[in-house]
Design a protein around this ligand. Structure first.
Ligand code: HEC
Ligand code: HEC
Length: 188
């Protein structure tokens, strides 16, 4: 008889302790929530699209209008920041993808031809082996796939506004790179 009461009592104790623990967990969760934001973002709502993340209903690819200005008629963009790879301002119709045997970009951007077509010449950093820090007499293999770093543009509404403001030490750097001269700045 005594034994049963004891058991019941200890069971009640355990139960009330776990209830306490639940409460304290809840309140700590609540306090972190109020410290950040009161709105709960569910898993379905995660992401930037306005549709449920788990269904493809009502989802369509972004309607984009590719830049159509042919090379030679496009207006260059300012660099995104000092020595950023310039964005491709002209249409890349028929120029991409770059393949092992066909890289149309070279036809206009190699330094020996660039000026005759009004294109920016490929800079000296692309003719350098960065492992040995030596100049090469040909384009570095690592630079062959231009569109890996230089990206074509399309007119689309950005999902998140970019508020980044670049600072240039010299206004010329909005239009040209000088990386070959500043490469070891702060290192040597
Ligand atoms: C038919 C010649 C031609 C071809 C081919 C060509 N470009 Fe151009 N590119 C130009 C010209 C000319 C400009 C200057 C802007 C203009 O007049 O359209 C330019 C501008 C650029 C710029 C901007 C440079 C700056 O100073 O802001 C980049 C980057 C670029 N091209 C990359 C490429 C890549 C990558 C390819 C290959 C996918 C390519 N171009 C193919 C002629 C060409
Ligand atoms: C690994 C990334 C990378 C690849 C690949 C690459 N570039 Fe660049 N490119 C850059 C960066 C970064 C800059 C700016 C700094 C500099 O001059 O090196 C640049 C600058 C340029 C410029 C501007 C030069 C100036 O004087 O302002 C041109 C034109 C250019 N690249 C063309 C090309 C072409 C054409 C290819 C393909 C044959 C190519 N790049 C491949 C990263 C790359």
């Amino acid at each position: 008889m005594k034994k049963t009461i004891l058991m019941a009592l200890s069971a009640a104790l355990v139960l009330s302790m776990s209830a306490c623990a639940d409460k304290s967990q809840e309140s700590s969760a609540q306090s972190t929530k109020s410290a950040t934001s009161n709105t709960i973002v569910t898993e379905e709502e995660l992401g930037l699209r306005k549709e449920n993340l788990y269904t493809e209903k009502g989802v369509a690819p972004v309607k984009k209008v590719d830049v159509t200005a042919a090379p030679g008629t496009a207006k260059r963009f300012e660099r995104s920041y000092e020595n950023a790879p310039p964005l491709i301002p002209h249409s890349v119709d028929g120029l991409l993808p770059i393949t092992r045997n066909n890289n149309a970009c070279l036809g206009c951007h190699m330094p020996e031809v660039a000026s005759s077509v009004g294109a920016t010449p490929i800079p000296p950093t692309h003719f350098m082996d960065f492992r040995t820090q030596k100049k090469l007499d040909h384009l570095a293999q690592q630079r062959f796939n231009c569109s890996q770093c230089h990206v074509p543009q399309a007119n689309v509404k950005p999902l998140v506004k970019n508020t980044f403001q670049p600072d240039y030490r010299n206004p010329n750097e909005k239009k040209r790179s000088n990386l070959i001269d500043t490469l070891n700045e702060g290192v040597k």
